[in-house]
Design a protein around this ligand. Sequence first.
Ligand SMILES: [Zn+2]
Length: 93
Amino acid sequence: MYIKCDNCRQIDATGYRAGFTTANDFHDALTMLAQLETTERLSYLGDYLYRCNQCQAHWDLSVPDQAYRGYLRRTSLTTQKIEQRLTAMRPTK
Ligand SMILES: [Zn+2]
């Protein structure tokens, strides 16, 4: 996926698409996300979605757990699709 936004390019350059190798990697990713212009938007099933304030692209942060390495990568989901998924997962009263 072509990245045209400088903000997103910085995230992409860190290369966590295939997972975090160490706990420090994960910590570094969180620090980087905090520094960049992103909005912590939504949390679901242990994942976090960050939205770039410059280009509105979404980044999907999957939290590592034991042997699972998680990842940080751009999602092709649109805001609309994300809202639909969240609505579907929300418990009905
Ligand atoms: Zn961006």
